[in-house]
Design a protein around this ligand. Structure first.
Ligand SMILES: [Zn+2]
Length: 415
């Protein structure tokens, strides 16, 4: 007589692709042990997905947990990048470890219930913040590991060649648990020197680099050639990502294709931050205001690894936000005027599979794979983008991390 297999958890009736067949997922300890229709088994816990779409969760490639939620401490008059940097720098000097922890925890909890299972956060280390923000975000990384994998990018937001102390603080952070290093050459008086110093640190500590780059609408003003040169010189293809690059949005199609070829050949990935890019750009216009968002779908069609991310939440860079990548991807698709099924699937990939690839992480629902599973209230990735699908439940390494049951409507009075 054959014995019925026993699993820790069975998630029934979910789809793994748009309008795909309903399947069951069996989970043992931290792994997916079986995928099939009407799996016959005993399970410690059973969850009925009722036709929901199951995937490994959204992946946030670019967020600033340390400076989230400070809107009430800043004033926004111009709405420009320069003002955002200035106002945030002032507020940053007063950050305490507990203050950063409390604000970051709020954002991370929003990300978890929005279906995000992995994120990369930038953390500023410089003479204003010292290592206080870094210490807070390290605690966040540990305290929320039950639900989300967090990687920390030690980040120079306010220059490097002009602030040597920042270089030493980045060294300290990299020696004390930072996962990678990043810079913002556009604020440095010597952008090329800044880029070289960040690569020096990355090579020494054998970590990836992530730059904030070309954050304006002037295609002639670009630090991209220096990043490409250093990437090639140091053999860093596949370990470099750049965010914003909003000046690509001001290029003609042939020039966009030329940039795409260079990025693809150099092995550099690109992240667009739609909420910030649209809020801060085009302030000199009083009508027909440019959108200022790099065309990620065009770059992607030419072979560039691209992702869409939140960047900032409730601060002078982005005075909105809820850490929902379904919402951010929908926002991108709307601004980019995308409607075809394959285009929306591609946009979904930019907050899931491609985003994980940018972080160099494996990503799939497969037998033997890590049981990171999020259920969305929709029929698949395309619909997830169209309707900003609501997350219903999530598991991290086979353990339930959140549940957000469907809203109920009461047509008659409930007694
Ligand atoms: Zn950023």
């Amino acid at each position: 007589m054959s014995k019925t297999p026993k699993f820790d958890l069975l998630i029934r009736n979910v789809r793994l692709e748009q309008n795909g067949p309903l399947v069951d997922l069996a989970i043992n300890s931290e792994r997916i042990a079986g995928i099939g229709s009407n799996l016959m088994c005993d399970a410690g816990d059973v969850f009925d997905g009722e036709g929901a779409f199951a995937f490994p969760g959204f992946v946030e490639t670019h967020i600033h947990l340390d400076k989230a939620g400070i809107l009430s401490r800043c004033s926004i008059c111009e709405g420009t990048l320069g003002e955002a940097v200035r106002e945030t720098a002032k507020a940053k000097a007063a950050f305490t470890e507990e203050d950063v922890y409390a604000r970051a925890a709020k954002v991370v909890e929003s990300a978890i219930v929005s279906g995000t299972t992995r994120l990369r956060t930038f953390v500023e280390v410089d003479p204003r913040a010292g290592l206080r923000s870094f210490a807070a975000i390290k605690r966040i990384r540990e305290d929320y590991a039950f639900a989300i994998d967090i990687e920390i990018c030690a980040f120079a937001q306010e220059g490097l060649t002009n602030e040597r102390e920042t270089y030493q603080l980045l060294e300290t952070a990299l020696g004390d648990g930072a996962d990678l290093v990043g810079g913002a050459p556009y604020v440095d008086p010597d952008p090329e020197g800044h880029i070289a110093m960040i690569f020096d640190l990355a090579e020494r500590f054998k970590v990836a680099v992530d730059f904030h780059l070309d954050f304006d609408l002037d295609p002639q003003h670009t630090d991209l050639p220096a990043v490409i040169r250093e990437t090639e010189y140091r053999g860093y293809a596949g370990h470099v990502s750049i965010g914003h690059v909003t000046n690509i949005s001001a290029m003609k199609p042939n020039d966009v294709r030329a940039v795409a070829d260079k990025l693809r050949d150099a092995g550099i990935a690109l992240t667009v931050l739609p909420a910030t890019d649209m809020f801060l750009n085009g302030r000199a216009y009083d009508h027909l205001v440019p959108r200022g968002i790099a065309p990620a779908h065009v770059l992607s069609a030419h072979g560039v690894l691209t992702s869409i991310a939140s960047n900032n939440i409730l601060n002078p860079f982005t005075p909105y936000g809820d850490a929902s990548l379904a919402r951010m991807a929908n926002f991108y698709a709307n601004v980019a005027q995308l409607s075809r099924s394959e285009d929306l699937q591609n946009v979904f990939d930019m907050v899931s599979r491609s985003a994980a690839a940018l972080l160099g992480k494996a990503y799939s629902v497969r037998v033997g794979g890590q049981a990171d599973i999020v259920l969305l209230d929709c029929s698949g990735p395309e619909e997830a983008i169209r309707i900003v699908a609501r997350p219903l439940a999530g598991w991290k390494r086979g353990r339930k991390s959140f549940e957000a049951p469907k809203a109920r409507i009461f047509p008659e009075a409930v007694t």
